[in-house]
Design a protein around this ligand. Structure first.
Ligand code: GLN
Length: 445
């Protein structure tokens, strides 16, 4: 059924970079056999999903949406894929993304532009736009994305889905191609909060192969799905409801706040004075880490190689031809802020701001169970609208990037529509308290 749906809508949506139907059908048949034999199967077993093309699946292409990794086949599985394999998961393919997860619209892919299933003239968000569009268009039940500065939550908001960025360290990054290593997390896109809990159950857990993975007891997130927020404290930071927030989005969020009040939650206004510096700090720290992480693509170890007269010429041509304009911009920004004359002025200051941002969150979450904010200042924008205006694209990330700086979990859930396009609401939780986050989201749904 899902393959048929994919064949019908994919020419318009362009969510996928690869087609895994042969493996998927074999895996499905194996699940059928288990069922016929009366064997117990996992929640995930046989349920079609899709994987962002930044996550390594053994033997399959992992392009990261970049020409520099065209034809690169991953020799091993990411830990999340190993975990999903053990549950008999099915993937219908790898999904399109902004090159190396840099962007907010999926227009920065070297391969194709993905369209928003709610209106094909609009972007699905990014950088995990292919994963979001695949689920929103009914081509998959769930998908995995990665979130360095909003790349799961913002496309979830633009596509009317549930999207979760887990606490930094909850899900292993082993086999996730690095963008900003201190910010990156893998997380699910689903149609509802229950599915979100099921996928999180599948992928969460300590992994010795990721040195930043947090040792922890295994939780059952489905148990957190309690339809009750009575007496819970929901903080509303005024700094997220600033100028630039679209009026209709503001109204939808105010209605959501009213709904929570009616459900018995206490709404608490909170102040987060350093939030206004968060976006600037993110756009220093993320490119700094990216410039270092991307140094490995030199035509020797991975993927694409250009011809050169000598080895330095080969490096230069490989990187010139292999990377797209946004990736080059980030490398330039990153190497600049890390260079000796500017390190103190930019990178070090950004790291100090990061600490202040984290303190703001810690203070707010000391008195509140969760925080409620917009996921983005507006609904999806038109394809091409931000061409040649990277700054406008960056500014749209203002509500999402601060969580990554603080390592906290965030979920985006739908809370209304504007002109036929979904509006997203973000809930922010305490570190490793995905349970409360899921509960508050579930009760609203
Ligand atoms: N839009 C942000 C960026 O371009 C976030 C991307 C992400 O979370 N991967 O850096």
């Amino acid at each position: 059924k899902f393959i048929a749906r994919k064949d019908t809508v994919e020419p318009d949506i362009k969510a996928f970079l690869s087609d895994n139907r042969k493996n998927a059908l074999e895996a499905a048949a194996a699940v059928d056999k288990k069922i016929a034999a009366g064997e117990a199967i996992a929640d995930m077993a046989g349920v079609p999903g899709a994987i962002k093309d930044v996550i390594c699946v053994a033997g399959q292409n992992t392009t990261c949406g970049s020409k520099i990794l065209e034809h690169f086949k991953s020799p091993y599985n990411a830990t999340v894929i190993e975990k999903l394999n053990a549950l008999d998961y099915i993937s219908l393919g790898k999904t399109n993304m902004d090159e190396f997860a840099m962007g907010s619209s999926t227009e920065n892919s070297a391969y194709q532009i993905t369209h928003n299933p709610w209106n094909l003239d609009y972007v699905p968000g990014g950088s995990s736009g292919g994963s979001a569009a695949a689920v929103a268009a009914g081509e998959a039940v769930w998908s995995l994305g990665s979130d360095t500065g909003g790349s799961i939550r913002q496309p979830a908001a633009y596509c009317g889905l549930v999207g979760l960025k887990p606490t930094y360290g909850l899900v292993s990054r082993y086999g996730l191609v690095a963008y900003g290593s201190s910010l990156d997390q893998i997380g699910p896109f689903t149609n509802d909060v229950e599915d979100c809990a099921i996928v999180l159950n599948a992928i969460a857990g300590h992994d010795a192969k990721d040195s930043t993975s947090i040792p922890q007891e295994k939780k059952d997130y489905k148990k957190a799905l309690i339809n009750d927020v009575k007496g819970m404290k929901i903080g509303v930071p005024e700094e997220f409801f600033v100028e630039g927030l679209d009026d209709q989005c503001r109204k939808a969020l105010e209605e959501a706040i009213d709904t929570y009040k009616k459900l018995g939650a206490e709404i608490v206004p909170v102040k987060m004075p350093h939030m206004k510096y968060g976006l600037a700090a993110y756009y220093i720290i993320a490119p700094a880490e990216a410039s270092s992480n991307l140094a490995r693509y030199d035509g020797v170890g991975f993927g694409f190689r250009a011809d050169g007269t000598d080895i330095v010429d080969m490096y230069r041509k490989t990187r010139t031809e292999g990377f797209g304009p946004e990736v080059k911009r980030r490398i330039m920004l990153g190497t600049y802020v890390l260079s000796s004359g500017y390190y103190d002025a930019y990178y070090l200051r950004a790291m100090k701001v990061r600490t202040l941002v984290k303190q703001d969150f810690d203070n707010a979450l000391r008195t509140c169970d969760v925080l409620l904010t917009p996921t983005a200042p507006d609904t999806a924008f038109k394809i091409g609208q931000n061409d040649n205006n990277p700054l406008a694209m960056y500014l749209g990330d203002v509500c999402t990037v601060t969580l990554n700086l603080a390592g906290l979990p965030g979920i985006s859930i739908p809370c209304g529509f504007k002109n036929g396009l979904p509006i997203g609401m973000q809930l922010i939780g305490k570190a490793l308290d995905e349970e409360t986050l899921l509960r508050v989201a579930y009760t609203f749904e």
